[in-house]
Design a protein around this ligand. Structure first.
Ligand code: AMP
Length: 209
């Protein structure tokens, strides 16, 4: 099954995709993670996009589309995949249509106030990408990853100015995709305000319909 996870930053797309990739045995392809990994490895792409990510703006469409095209060409996508954070513009969605058959688009619905609360409390383990929330999903020891024992960090783009910018970018550039995919009959909206286990249940249920 080829899936797209759509929704504002902080809606839980990555958390649910991480749980579902095991359930469905398909890879979780997060464009944000691909960019962060390029930045960490100081590749050419990483150098190009580092400041863009820190600001919360979008990486240019051509760069992003090329990266996704290469990722989708890898062998592990044969039985499907979960695209998380792509497409984020109508231009990207048109490009995706020409390179893949998407079976469903799950729209994670969450109001702005909750988005801000979730993002500002989010902490991540830099080496594994595992995410926590200081209130809703705290690590066993404050500030420390449960498995690696590494210090957790706050992403630059989870700081207040960048959060507000990311929300504006989402509203202007990504939200129109809800109507785009609804018109194509692919959109399945879930209420993303509950705890991850509940949201996972809702997502699996809408996909079975
Ligand atoms: P995310 O982890 O999905 O919130 O993405 C983090 C950042 O990566 C975004 O704020 C953008 O700067 C960049 N990014 C991720 N996906 C895309 C995309 N599809 N198009 C453009 N930029 C993206």
């Amino acid at each position: 099954m080829n899936l797209v996870f759509l929704g504002p930053p902080g809606a839980g797309k990555g958390t649910i995709a991480t749980a579902m990739k095991e359930e469905l045995s398909i890879p979780h392809i997060s464009t944000g993670d691909l960019f962060r990994s390029a930045i960490k490895n100081e590749t050419e792409l990483g150098k190009k996009v580092k400041e863009i990510l820190a600001s919360g703006n979008l990486v240019p469409d051509e760069v992003t589309i090329e990266m996704v095209r290469e990722r989708l060409a890898e062998n592990d996508t044969e039985n499907g995949y979960i695209l998380d954070g792509f497409p984020r513009t109508i231009f990207q969605a048109d490009a995706l249509q020409s390179m893949a058959d998407i079976d469903a688009v799950v729209n994670f619905d969450l109001e702005t106030e909750s988005v801000v609360k979730r993002l500002s409390g989010r902490r991540v383990c830099k080496s594994t990408g595992r995410t926590y929330h200081i209130l809703y999903n705290p690590p066993k020891v404050e500030g420390i990853d449960d498995e690696t024992g590494e210090q957790l960090i706050q992403r630059d783009d989870d700081k207040e100015d960048a959060i507000l910018n990311r929300l504006e970018v989402y509203k202007k550039q990504t939200e129109p995709l809800i109507a785009y995919y609804s018109e194509k009959g692919l959109l399945k909206t879930v209420d993303a305000s509950s705890a991850p286990e509940k949201v996972l249940e809702l997502v699996l249920a809408v996909l079975k319909k």
